[in-house]
Design a protein around this ligand. Structure first.
Ligand SMILES: NC(=O)c1ccc[n+]([C@@H]2O[C@H](COP(=O)([O-])OP(=O)(O)OC[C@H]3O[C@@H](n4cnc5c(N)ncnc54)[C@H](O)[C@@H]3O)[C@@H](O)[C@H]2O)c1
Ligand SMILES: [Zn+2]
Length: 373
């Protein structure tokens, strides 16, 4: 099997430099790419049960290089990022007889990647892991950068660690079984990357976004690589989110509050909440004289063109209380030194971090958004 068609991007962190490998049917070729990482080692694959039919291909491939392979299935869904699964996986993996050279492989979306990364970071005081992200969102976002974790009853991702993978395998074909809503949800994070620091990429998305979503593999791969390069560029400068990495949270303070209000009941996908959150961040930017209406109009038009929501009412009428959204937004303080930070666009391709925005302005924005319903 040829590997000449495989492209790579390097993520540079203090813990290590590692490669993301991009290509078609990369899961089938996993042994060729992963040989130097997994040769003669014990491998445990943690997979999303949704992928059971694709697991066999990965197992066969990995078995060609590794000394032995065990697979453990996890139910799909956000609820799987739990203490129960942390406990279950740690005990089950220890029982397989692993040592410090053993490697975990996360085979699934962001849920499996975050959970597996966290397990790898604590097992035997830390073992290596490889990400094989299987959703658009996880390929452009969660599989790179080393944030791992599970959820607390007090909020998402509050228990976790920084633990970088040793390699990431990004297979374009594996996305073909995702439904269009999940594809769009990941695409929202791609747009986010462009809005943070690359106007030319946004212009490219305006031209090619619809075909990326429809499934043109060549454009999809190009788009995913560009998005990954933006994320790795930001991580290289600020791995532990002391500053610029927070820009990746554009649209997330609003987005997380919306998801939390709806108790992650499936009404809204993460990327949909983020897309509404991005539009709200642009509206907030206009209210604080940071950005032009013209830029908001361009972003709104692109969201409309590809089918991403730009307001809550397009998804649900379950959200009735602006004050409750405001209260839930305070949860984001927990991971940012007790100060609510907003990522505010100044123009397409440029954002900045603002603290201490007048709560009255935010509440008026929330009132407008929710009254609109
Ligand atoms: N660590 C980070 O830096 C980071 C960044 C962004 C998001 N996240 C986390 O990522 C998670 C969201 O990731 P996600 O959107 O990938 O969610 P997910 O893992 O829940 O996957 C979404 C859905 O797609 C299904 N699925 C996965 N691969 C599939 C495939 N190839 N074909 C068909 N169905 C498939 C899953 O079973 C699930 O139902 C959240 O928990 C979020 O907190 C982490
Ligand atoms: Zn996100």
């Amino acid at each position: 099997m040829k590997i000449s068609s495989i492209k790579t991007c390097v993520v540079e962190t203090k813990e290590r430099h590692y490669k993301i490998y991009f290509g078609n049917d990369i899961v089938k070729k996993a042994n060729i790419i992963l040989d130097r990482y997994i040769k003669h080692k014990s491998i445990v694959i943690i997979y999303d049960k949704v992928l059971i039919r694709k697991l066999n291909t990965l197992e066969i491939s990995v078995s060609k290089a590794a000394s032995n392979v065990t697979s453990i299935g996890i139910n799909s869904g956000e609820n799987s990022k739990s203490f129960n699964n942390l406990n279950f996986l740690c005990e089950k993996i220890i029982k397989t007889g692993i040592d410090r050279k053993s490697i975990l492989i996360a085979f699934g979306g962001g849920v499996i990647g975050d959970l597996t990364g966290f397990v790898a970071s604590v097992l035997l005081r830390g073992i290596n892991f490889i990400q094989i992200p299987t959703t658009m969102l996880s390929q452009v976002d969660s599989s790179i950068g080393g944030k791992t974790g599970i959820n607390s009853i007090f909020g998402k991702n509050l228990i976790g660690s920084f633990h970088q993978p040793i390699a990431v395998l990004s297979d374009a074909n594996i996305l073909n079984s995702l439904n269009s809503r999940e594809i769009l949800s990941g695409y929202a994070e791609i747009i986010k990357h462009s809005l943070i620091q690359d106007k030319n990429f946004f212009l490219w998305l305006e031209k090619n976004g619809k075909n990326v979503i429809k499934g043109n593999n060549k454009l999809r791969t190009e788009c995913i690589i560009r998005a990954c390069k933006i994320k790795s560029d930001i991580i290289k400068k600020d791995e532990f989110e002391f500053g610029q990495r927070a820009l990746l949270n554009l649209g997330h303070t609003f987005g997380h509050a919306i998801e939390s209000y709806l108790e992650y009941d499936g009404t809204i996908l993460h990327g949909e909440a983020v897309s509404i959150g991005i539009i709200m961040a642009f509206k907030l930017a206009i209210k604080t004289n940071s950005c032009s209406q013209k830029d908001l109009d361009s972003v709104t038009k692109h969201f409309n063109d590809v089918g991403l929501p730009v307001s809550l009412r397009q998804i649900t009428d379950k959200i009735k209380s602006p004050k409750k959204i405001w209260a839930l937004m305070q949860n984001d303080k927990k991971s940012s030194e007790g100060i609510l930070k907003f990522i505010i666009p100044s123009k397409i391709g440029q954002c900045s971090i603002k603290r201490n925005i007048d709560p009255e302005i935010i509440l008026s924005l929330l009132n407008e958004e929710i009254k609109n319903e």
